[in-house]
Design a protein around this ligand. Structure first.
Ligand SMILES: NC(=O)c1ccc[n+]([C@@H]2O[C@H](COP(=O)([O-])OP(=O)(O)OC[C@H]3O[C@@H](n4cnc5c(N)ncnc54)[C@H](OP(=O)(O)O)[C@@H]3O)[C@@H](O)[C@H]2O)c1
Length: 245
């Protein structure tokens, strides 16, 4: 019997799982995307774009489409969808797995200042920071514009639209991952004393290695809380969980 697996997407892991399911007999993957990106990279298998209308809407969808299991592979900083999925799966009696890449862990020599949100990060920057690299999503920059005494280097794939009213800032369009040597050169060239980022985990950790080598402070946003569910930290573990169902 063909079992349909709903992948809540938006991460590299979701993309990889959709690819892996495409070659598996007996399993059919449908990836759901929120629809925030105009031209998302198309995953293997079926694709559904747009929200479900909260936990109730998702529960209705699970029942209507005879979904056998849900894999929540949304980005580690997508704070809402995991809770909706837990509620919907409990209501519809569908097993749920959280697929999430491991967080970066503090290493000896790291000078990390961990915060819950960007308001706390802004507060921490008020002491000891003069030249700061913001390695964040472009929609997350606005709170930092309040810090008029600080010079910011803003690195993201696209420029923020609209541009927040920074007193002193330079924009650097760039898409990672970057090498440790390049990150180190960038930090030195711009005289950066503090790096601000979120604990996404995965392949963009070279900046942390470079900051460690230079003894720079990192203001690191922690991941948001998630519901208790079965967990996998890679595609192989997720496939093993699906095979056991
Ligand atoms: N937040 C980040 O830093 C970040 C970074 C990279 C990628 N993303 C991806 O971008 C998407 C939106 O992020 P967010 O932070 O706004 O998420 P969120 O706060 O967890 O979700 C907000 C709402 O967006 C809809 N939604 C989220 N993920 C969905 C999915 N995979 N399929 C269908 N609907 C989805 C849901 O709407 P309904 O209630 O109507 O169902 C949800 O209630 C996520 O899929 C995430 O994986 C987020």
């Amino acid at each position: 019997m063909l079992r349909t697996i709903l992948i809540l997407g938006g991460s590299a892991e979701a993309q990889a799982l959709a690819g892996a399911l495409a070659g598996r007999p007996g399993l059919k993957g449908i990836t759901a995307l929120a629809g925030r990106t105009a031209q998302p990279r198309r995953p293997a298998g079926a694709l559904r774009i747009g929200g479900f209308g909260g936990a109730e809407g998702l529960a209705d969808y699970l029942r209507a489409e005879w979904i056998a299991a849900v894999v929540d592979a949304t980005h580690p900083f997508a704070a809402r969808m995991g809770w909706n999925a837990a509620q919907a799966c409990a209501a519809a009696g569908v097993p749920l797995l959280r697929l999430e890449r491991p967080a970066w862990l503090r290493q000896p020599g790291d000078v990390w200042d961990e915060v819950e949100d960007w308001a706390a990060a802004v507060d921490r920057l008020r002491t000891g920071a003069r030249r700061v690299l913001l390695a964040l999503g472009r929609q997350e920059l606005a709170p930092f514009a309040a810090l008029t005494e600080i010079w910011f280097l803003i690195r993201s794939v696209q420029a923020p639209e609209p541009w927040p009213p920074f007193a002193q800032a330079e924009f650097l369009p760039a898409r990672g991952p970057f090498s440790v040597a390049d990150e180190r050169a960038l930090l030195l060239e711009h005289g950066i004393d503090t790096l601000v980022c979120k604990n996404s985990g995965g392949p963009t950790g070279a900046k942390l290695e470079a900051a460690r080598a230079l003894g720079l402070r990192v203001v690191m946003r922690r991941r948001p809380p998630r519901p208790e569910t079965a967990r996998a930290d890679g595609v192989d573990q997720a496939l093993a969980w699906l095979e056991r169902l």
